[in-house]
Design a binder for this molecule. Structure first.
Ligand code: NCD
Ligand code: ZN
Length: 363
């Protein structure tokens, strides 16, 4: 079986800074990716729009130039969201939007994930000038939706977790306080988040990663497969069912690809594990596998259409740019993934890290 598709968009990825950047960008180009939203949790973070970068923060302007000089100039779209910190101002938002450099902002729960220590709790933004400036300028708010600073037993339990709490308690308040704000619920992992997005108005969309469509906490724990450790962490099979339904349902326009591909040259350390799964080079293949696991027949017209919506069409429509007119191909044949060698060290892609092969390949 073969699929001929428009090139797709990865609306949540991490290209980092430094000597490995060209390898990460090339891995995305190689998998038929037409454009990306490259996350701002670099070191230092992308926390201003223009001006001279310094030790505390880089600017969107500088990071875009850096990415383009390292291969991203071939992409049809490169969006870099502004990292919302205590130093973000409404003027930064208004001026940035006017310049065209600023198209989205990113909310990180403080200390909730890799390099998120500059984040500010959502309750401090609610009903405030920053989000109002975003509404007025039609910018997208990308949300890492987890309640921060919970004790371990509340962070992840059988009947509650940080994401479910955030979607139950904080998201309704955000929608009410900012009725015109466009929101992407990033890398959702739970039934609660999927249900929330389905019921929300059309200004709310969501990205889903391949790993959250394919795997559960059991896959992570069985052998402590740390290459599958990312945040928000993979959840349970009933959560995965809700994500699969959301991603694959016919005609849906809210859910789209955002791999959260997050390369780490060192995953396991003396005192823990870096959060982030690397899926550069293999994400569309993993998404095709996930659609098949969700009992979607990709050889049927309806199956192919729902895959194309999720991977190639819904993301551009939500962000307001055209889908790609270029094509790429996938075929149903087994394939091994290779470790990516970079100038910063090697990165293990998720399937290799799980000792698994792909059942789909690039053509
Ligand atoms: C991401 C990273 O490594 O930058 N890690 C992850 O587990 N997803 C950060 C993020 O998007 O949360
Ligand atoms: Zn991410």
């Amino acid at each position: 079986m073969q699929l001929d598709l428009p090139k797709w968009f990865d609306l949540h990825t991490h290209f980092r800074q430094g000597p490995a950047v060209p390898a990460y960008i090339q891995a995305h180009i190689d998998m038929g990716c037409a454009g990306v939203l490259a996350m701002p949790n670099t070191k230092p973070p992308i926390a201003r729009v223009t001006g001279e970068p310094d030790a505390e923060s880089w600017t969107i302007e500088r990071y875009l130039n850096e990415l383009k000089a390292n291969g991203a100039d071939v992409f049809e779209q490169v969006i870099v969201p502004l990292y919302l910190t205590r130093n973000t101002t409404p003027a930064m938002i208004a001026d940035g939007a006017e310049s065209g450099l600023l198209r989205a902002c990113k909310y990180y729960p403080p200390h909730g994930t890799t390099n998120s220590e500059h984040g500010v709790p959502m309750k401090e933004f609610l009903d405030g000038d920053i989000l109002r400036a975003m509404e007025e300028n039609n910018l997208v708010l990308c949300i890492h939706g987890e309640q921060h600073a919970l004790p371990g037993e509340d962070y992840l339990a059988a009947n509650r977790n940080a994401e479910a709490i955030f979607y139950r308690e904080t998201m309704p308040r955000l929608l009410e306080a900012h009725p015109n704000l466009r929101i992407v619920c990033e890398h959702i992992t739970t039934a609660e988040a999927a249900r929330f997005v389905r019921k929300a108005p059309d200004r709310v969309g969501a990205t889903i990663t391949p790993q959250h469509l394919l795997y559960t906490l059991g896959h992570l724990i069985q052998g402590l497969k740390y290459h599958l450790y990312c945040l928000p962490v993979v959840k349970f099979d009933d959560d995965r069912d809700f994500l699969r339904d959301a991603a694959t349902s016919a005609g849906q326009s809210k859910f789209f690809a955002g791999t959260d591909s997050a390369p780490h040259t060192t995953k396991a350390t003396e005192c823990g594990c870096a959060a982030g799964c690397f899926t550069g080079g293999c994400a569309p293949q993993l998404y095709a596998m996930a659609f098949e696991e969700s009992r979607i027949d990709l050889s049927s017209k309806s199956g192919r259409e729902s895959f194309e919506r999720f991977l190639c069409l819904n993301g551009p429509a939500f962000y307001g740019f055209p889908a790609s007119t270029e094509r790429f191909g996938l075929e149903r044949s087994p394939c091994k993934t290779e470790v990516l060698e970079t100038a910063d060290g090697n990165v293990t892609p998720l399937p290799s890290g799980l000792n698994l092969d792909l059942t789909w390949s690039l053509r």
